[in-house]
Ligand binder design. Structure first.
Ligand code: NAP
Length: 170
């Protein structure tokens, strides 16, 4: 099973502010929904709570939440208490070729620090933003890359962006 990460990152690495997304890019949101649909998604408790109530749990995929809080519950979601348990849960219970780590900042960093990520889908947004949550700095020499989408800003999507898939080198 491939462990993938999916994230949108502007030029200065800011990925969130006040536990919310900062930008509105429906085309990238559509890419996220289509890419992760029918696959399990793993997220931090704060990221889960940042999703507007009407959209959570994310539909058509099993939502797995990581928290240290043993009393935490979320309707329709699986709750686990470590990174390793989240992966073990998927391996034991779900038939899938790929699982997606969907953030936020702390969860991305912990999975990357433990070298648990095989593939990354990164939307590089060609702008900078103010915020309080960052995507970790990466050594891109450790990854092969292939650009799969280029978007020029339009009325609905006010920033240029490109989507690049990175696979970890052996
Ligand atoms: N741009 C993007 O693509 C993108 C994607 C996703 C999220 N975001 C943004 O990221 C922000 C949220 O990120 P965040 O860094 O604040 O929080 P987070 O990574 O979503 O969640 C952090 C929480 O995860 C739990 N956790 C972390 N490590 C753990 C471990 N080793 N064992 C057990 N539980 C652990 C803890 O929950 P407890 O405190 O409950 O113990 C911790 O408080 C929001 O602003 C969101 O909009 C951006």
């Amino acid at each position: 099973m491939i462990i993938s990460l999916i994230v949108a990152v502007p030029e200065n690495g800011v990925i969130g502010k006040n536990n919310q997304l900062i930008w509105h890019l429906p085309k990238d949101m559509k890419f996220f929904m289509e890419t992760t649909s029918n696959h399990p998604v793993i997220m931090g408790r704060k990221n889960y709570e940042s999703i507007p109530e009407k959209y959570r749990p994310l539909k058509n995929r099993e939502n797995i939440i990581i928290t240290r809080n043993k009393r935490f519950k979320a309707d329709g979601c699986t709750v686990v208490h470590s990174l390793e348990d989240s992966i073990q849960y998927v391996k034991n219970n779900i038939s899938t070729k790929e699982v997606f780590i969907i953030g936020g900042g702390e969860i991305y960093k912990r999975f990357l620090d433990k070298d648990l990520i095989d593939r990354m889908y990164i939307t590089h947004i060609k702008s900078t933003f103010d915020g309080d949550t960052y995507f970790p700095k990466l050594d891109f020499n450790k990854w092969t890359s292939s650009k799969i989408m280029t978007h020029k800003k339009d009325d609905q999507n006010p920033h240029d962006f490109e989507v690049v898939v990175y696979n970890k080198k052996n």
